[in-house]
Structure formats: structure tokens, C-alpha cells
Design a protein around this ligand. Structure first.
Ligand code: ADP
Length: 175
């Protein structure tokens, strides 16, 4: 197990140039859509949607990897989060997203990964609960990671950032 730094920042997931792989809060068909997916596809250009057609559809909890096209990163990992109150058990499916994305990044020998707050927008997952699942899953997955050294959560507002920072502080195994 290597030392892994976990941090929370306020910003746009599509503007993280120092990160190897960014994570998309995707829809099942991996289409552009709104929110995170809109920002990522908008910055990546139409080549991403074209590549995604060969990878879709995906199921809740699943993660697939593509190249990053015009984004400043090397890759994009696309995760389908659970729709809160519909895809059950939602906490396990959300944890699957984080764990599968971390493992996929590690399998590709990548050292840094940035996540948005998957499922907390259109999919309705309460932010505080999602933050706790995210931090617990990172803590539980650390032992499996060899190449990943930096895990960044990118939040869209000051309030969302403070909730994720709080959840990070409550996980004793994370720095
Ligand atoms: P989901 O469909 O999984 O709920 P959304 O894209 O609707 O995904 O939203 C997920 C979270 O990402 C929400 O908290 C939303 O405020 C936030 N968000 C939206 N756009 C961005 C962006 N460009 N960068 C980072 N976070 C974003």
C-alpha cells in the first residue's frame, strides 16, 4: 500500500489539467447530457461521444475508461451512479462506482484521479450521505492501490465543498 493523498477542491471537473484521469458522472448511454457529463463532453469535443458509443450501455455501479480527446487529461472514466430511491441498494451501487473507478485507474498505472460528486445532481443522492460513501470507499480501497497517489474530489459550490471536507475529516485513514 502506498501513501495516497485525498483532497477536496471547489471547481469544474472538466478543468483539472494536473490530473491523469477524470471521472464522469455518466448516464447509461454515455451521452453528453447535462451537469458533469455536459461539461466533460463539451470540453472533450465530439470524439468522446463517438468513442463512448462503443462502450455503452453501462449499468449502475459500473465504470469504463476512454481516452480524453480535447480534455487536458489522459483518460476519462465513466461511472453510472444510482438514481436515488430507484436503483437499490443505492449506497452499495455508489460505492461500486468509486471502487471500480479507483481500481480501473490503478490497473492503467495512473497516479491521479478526480471525482465529481456522483449521483448528487439529477440523480438526487443527498450530498452528505454521498460524501460519507465516497470517503469510506476510498479508505476501504486504499489497500488495493499501487499506482494511484492522489484522489481529488471536485465540488461545484462552497457548501458542497465543506460537506465533502467534513466527511474527509471523519475518515481516520485518509489524509
Ligand atoms: P448525476 O446525474 O450523477 O446526479 P450530475 O452531473 O447531475 O450527476 O451532478 C453531479 C454533481 O456534480 C452535482 O453535485 C453537481 O452540482 C455537480 N456538478 C455539475 N457540473 C459540474 C462540473 N462541471 N464540475 C464539477 N461538479 C459539477
Amino acid at each position: 500500500m502506498t501513501a495516497v493523498k485525498v483532497e477536496c477542491v471547489k471547481g469544474n471537473i472538466a478543468a483539472q489539467p494536473d490530473i491523469d484521469v477524470i471521472v464522469n458522472a455518466a448516464n447509461a448511454e454515455l451521452l453528453p447530457g447535462s451537469g458533469v457529463a455536459g461539461a466533460i463532453h463539451g470540453a472533450a469535443g465530439p470524439g468522446l461521444a463517438e468513442e463512448c458509443r462503443t462502450l455503452a450501455p453501462i449499468s449502475p455501479g459500473e465504470a469504463v475508461i476512454s481516452s480524453a480527446h480535447n480534455l487536458p487529461n489522459g483518460h476519462v472514466i465513466h461511472c453510472l451512479g444510482p438514481v436515488y430511491g430507484v436503483d437499490e441498494p443505492s449506497d452499495r451501487l455508489l460505492a461500486d462506482c468509486f471502487r471500480n473507478a479507483l481500481r480501473l485507474a490503478d490497473q492503467r498505472d495512473l497516479s491521479s484521479i478526480a471525482f465529481p460528486a456522483i449521483s448528487t445532481g439529477v440523480f438526487g443522492y443527498p450530498l452528505r450521505d454521498a460524501a460519507a460513501v465516497a470517503m469510506k470507499t476510498v479508505a476501504d480501497t486504499l489497500a488495493d492501490l499501487n499506482s494511484v497517489r492522489l484522489v481529488r474530489f471536485v465540488l461545484f459550490s462552497d457548501q458542497d465543498l465543506s460537506i465533502f471536507d467534513e466527511a474527509l475529516k471523519l475518515e481516520p485513514d485518509l489524509s
